[in-house]
Ligand binder design. Structure first.
Ligand code: ATP
Ligand code: MG
Length: 545
């Protein structure tokens, strides 16, 4: 028996032990009405995680019972996202695959006296549903004969009635303390072209009724969903019991993932795309899986995160910094180092020979066991970051200041001898001298420097646009306010920087740690190649191992 790491696995273990089930079958059930987001990753990790752990099966089940919102574009995007996470489904199934069966079983319920055609419209039904403290009122159509119900339901299917004129309801209990059990609607008339069945049907089953049937037909043993479906479980079970499902699939609910500073409602994400607040569903600031992928978040880091936050029944909010710490930890071990500057400041090394270029060793990644290096070119003119020089340095300023020393990463110690100014008083250029005996790896200069800064060779370095991102939503202190009031209006910062040519020459999807700046990858935005931030370097959260 495998060791259970959460309450769902505990349930599965108990059922396997008692012989209630002898294999495990789950499904991931998105509605194809939008793009998957980081919350769905949690559900994916749970469902496919169980498949992998128990050597079971997991289907991709597309819940397409609501034709007005569903599109094939979304189906394709969902598939791509799941593949990116490295999961593979056993079967690709659709609720619409089962429409004939779902219809047939509705007839069975009618024959058992467990469903009836109701002439009330949606508004009347909701008015008669009662409240938490008050029982609902029975429909005047509740006691129609089986024959009449069969006839009317067939005519509903044949298109004899207008949309909403009639519906099919389960006959359960209008006095049930659970409002979902008060004769819920299980079929409605709706003339909408379905993305797969076209105009074949003008009646569509409701999710609560269709879902247990689809689970059962696929052989699903554990139907895992989020907490808001807890109150729907009695109806899920009612359908299974009335239709004699054996073995009946078991619904288990867990708490959905919420992350601070992230918008996670499909409806709102859609609005951001439509009003142009972001560049698309795959904008690197979006918490969609396509956005995270485009941003350069490694799939493995996202899976590590989902594993670490655990699975529980209590709703909570996870700090975005925890997610970032998982990403950073992965990238720290896996990303190559490189050098770039966001705000270039020219430095001329006055005592370095004109027209000389020196090839220096640069460590690819300090945690690389093979200690591999690559070559970087050093010469007389370089750029450093404006932030690494100060005219009025505070105490303990270890970067460059007038008459001070600093080490250039993997190169030499330099001293700032003179500062040239622009007409407006801003710093134009630094005149420095280098210490020839201070070469990294063979330093005999005896000069102690506390600061090490990155630099880019002026002649070989390339111009590049560098983007850093903030969150789409302002901090938790605004929590509870409407999303539109929490929007961060400055979620992108753009720099005209310089980068070593190596980064642009290796224009694939690989992540880089731009030293002392953050993790970045190359991204094409409107035919322009930019360096786009994956996650900043600042670590303000410790990952517990
Ligand atoms: P909507 O209701 O707007 O369609 P949804 O988020 O419920 O959005 P589904 O496509 O129905 O989207 O979700 C597919 C599966 O992912 C469901 O099992 C759902 O419970 C789960 N899921 C959705 N959001 C989260 C979340 N934030 N955390 C964990 N699981 C989630
Ligand atoms: Mg949903």
């Amino acid at each position: 028996m495998v060791e259970a790491t959460n309450f769902i696995e505990q349930i599965i273990n108990e059922e396997l032990e008692s012989g209630k089930v002898n294999s495990v079958y789950t499904r991931f059930p998105p509605e194809p009405n939008g793009y998957l987001h980081i919350g769905h990753a949690k559900s994916l990790c749970i469902n496919f995680g169980i498949k992998e752990k128990y050597n079971g099966k997991c289907n991709l089940f597309l819940d397409d019972t609501n034709p007005s919102k569903e599109k094939t574009e979304f189906v394709n995007a969902i598939k791509e996202d799941i593949k990116w996470l490295g999961f593979s489904w056993d079967k690709e199934t659709y609720a619409s695959d089962f429409f004939p069966k779902i219809y047939e079983l509705a007839i069975e319920l009618i024959k058992k006296g467990k469903a009836f055609v109701c002439d009330m419209n949606a508004e009347e039904i909701s008015q008669n549903r009662g409240t938490l403290t008050q029982a609902g009122k029975e429909s005047p159509w509740r006691n129609r004969s089986v024959e009449e119900n069969l006839d009317l339901f067939t005519r509903m299917k044949n298109g004899e009635f207008a949309d909403g004129e009639k519906c099919l309801r389960a006959k359960i209990d209008m006095a049930s303390p659970n409002i979902n059990m008060r004769d819920p609607v299980i079929y409605r008339i709706l003339r909408q072209t379905h993305h797969r069945t076209g105009d074949e049907w003008c009646i569509y089953p409701m999710y609560d009724y269709a879902h247990p049937i689809c689970d059962y037909m696929q052989g699903v043993t554990h139907s895992i969903c989020t907490l808001e479906f807890e109150d729907h479980r009695p109806l899920y079970d009612w359908v299974g019991i009335e239709l004699g499902f054996a073995p009946k699939p078991r619904q288990i609910e867990f708490a959905r993932l919420n992350v601070t500073n992230l918008v996670m409602s499909k409806r709102y994400l859609k609005k951001l795309v439509e009003d142009g607040s972001v560049e698309g569903w795959d904008d690197p600031r979006m918490p969609t899986l396509t956005g995270l992928r485009n941003r350069g978040i490694p799939a493995q880091a996202l899976k590590d995160f989902c594993g670490r936050i655990g699975v529980s029944k209590a709703n909570s909010e996870v700090q975005i910094s925890y997610f970032e710490a998982c990403v950073r930890e992965y990238l720290n071990a896996n990303a190559e180092r490189a050098m770039a500057v966001l705000n270039p400041l020219k430095v001329t090394i006055t005592n370095y020979p004109e027209n000389q270029t020196e090839s220096l060793d640069f460590e690819i990644n300090p945690s690389d066991e093979l200690k591999r290096t690559r070559k970087i070119d050093f010469s007389k003119t370089i750029y450093i970051d404006q932030d690494d020089f100060s005219l009025a340095p505070p105490p303990k300023y270890f970067r460059l200041k007038k008459d001070g020393y600093v080490r250039l990463k993997s190169a030499y110690i330099i001293k700032c001898d003179d500062v040239l100014f622009n007409e407006d008083g801003s710093v134009k250029e630094l005149l420095c001298s280098y210490v020839p005996e201070s070469k990294s790896g063979s330093d005999t200069s005896g000069i102690k420097t506390k600061g090490v800064i990155q630099w880019v060779n002026a002649e070989k370095g390339k111009d590049v646009e560098i983007r850093q991102y903030g969150y789409l939503l302002n901090d938790e202190e605004y929590a509870g306010q409407d999303f539109s009031e929490r929007m961060n209006k400055q979620s992108v910062k753009i720099f005209n920087g310089k980068v070593e040519p190596y980064v642009l020459d290796n224009a694939d999807d690989r992540p880089y740690q731009l030293m002392r700046t953050g993790y970045f990858k190359l991204l094409n935005v409107k035919d322009k190649t930019i360096l786009s931030e994956i996650v900043s370097l600042k670590d303000n959260f410790n990952v517990k191992k």
